[in-house]
Ligand binder design. Structure first.
Ligand SMILES: Nc1ncnc2c1ncn2[C@@H]1O[C@H](COP(=O)(O)OP(=O)(O)O)[C@@H](O)[C@H]1O
Ligand SMILES: [Mg+2]
Length: 259
């Protein structure tokens, strides 16, 4: 059988500490992700989710194991071979650049020519509903709009993989709901492979085709669940509620067992 698009092959990650034994953050994570999936990774705070995304993004190396994306092994050294888009909890926009220029910046870094960069800036700002806000400065936009810009910036490089690190968790619930719906539409329109990290069970169930529940630090797979509810989904769907209830019970039991 062909290798999955993203392979997380038995990775371990430790951070050295000065006086104590190294801090083990990931302890044998093994996952294959198919192209086009929207995989959510759910885990308690501090369990190693952002560390995992940094490793997938080639910003940090594993202690052992490997990450392979589309046949390329990822490491800090081989980072430039792959295009990986990232959206964080805070938008990380440059306040002194306009919205357009923020989206354009990574395109310039990739050496994309001017006409194509113009096309993509326009296309992706329209896709996130901000076609009319290109000349605004980020601080004049609401938090939700800033996250949309950040998403447009992540998509504009037309990434092999899009990593989302709790992108909606700093937003109010009404805005987050809206953005989750939009995120699904955009994912369906672009067909990108997405890894979406969250500590919000409802969000993970609502968004994803598959969810991975990971244990408190060190991170291991606790549960690997396909979510076979067709899109478009509504948050009030009973099938999603049932899955959410099941995962919540299981999550609480896991946390109680770990203290
Ligand atoms: N660069 C680092 N050096 C040392 N420890 C780190 C580093 N990055 C993260 N950690 C530790 O690893 C653990 C997991 O962090 P993180 O991946 O940010 O968790 P999460 O994103 O799941 O909340 C935490 O205990 C954190 O303090
Ligand atoms: Mg984190």
């Amino acid at each position: 059988m062909a290798e999955p698009y993203l392979v997380i092959d038995n990775i371990k990650k430790e951070f050295p500490r000065r006086t104590e034994a190294p801090l083990r953050v990931i302890d044998g994570l093994d996952v294959g992700v198919e192209k086009g999936a929207l995989l959510s990774i759910l885990g308690p705070s501090g369990c190693g989710k952002s560390t995992l995304l940094n490793i997938i993004n080639g910003l940090d190396d594993v202690t052992s194991g490997r990450i392979v994306i589309n046949g390329h092994e990822v490491s800090v050294k081989s980072r430039s071979k792959l295009k990986i888009g990232v959206v964080f909890q805070d938008s990380r926009l440059l306040p002194w650049r306009t919205v357009k220029d923020n989206v354009r910046l990574p395109l310039d870094e990739l050496g994309i020519d001017r006409a194509e960069a113009d096309r993509r800036v326009t296309y992706y700002l329209n896709l996130v509903g901000l076609g009319d806000f290109g000349d605004y400065f980020p601080l004049r936009l609401s938090g939700g709009m800033q996250q949309r810009v950040s998403l447009a910036r992540g998509l504009a490089i037309e990434p092999d993989l899009l990593l989302a690190d709790e992108p909606f968790s700093a937003l109010d619930e009404i805005t987050a709901r809206k953005l989750r719906q939009e995120f699904i539409s955009i994912w369906r329109a672009t067909g990108r492979t997405v890894i979406f990290v969250t500590h919000n069970i409802r969000e993970a169930v609502f968004l994803s085709t598959r969810m991975l529940v990971i244990t408190p630090r060190p991170a291991r797979t606790h549960l690997d669940l396909d979510i076979d509810v067709p899109y478009p989904r509504t948050p009030e769907d009973d099938r999603l509620f049932e899955i959410e209830k099941r995962v919540t019970r299981d999550f609480i039991a896991m946390e109680e067992a770990s203290v």
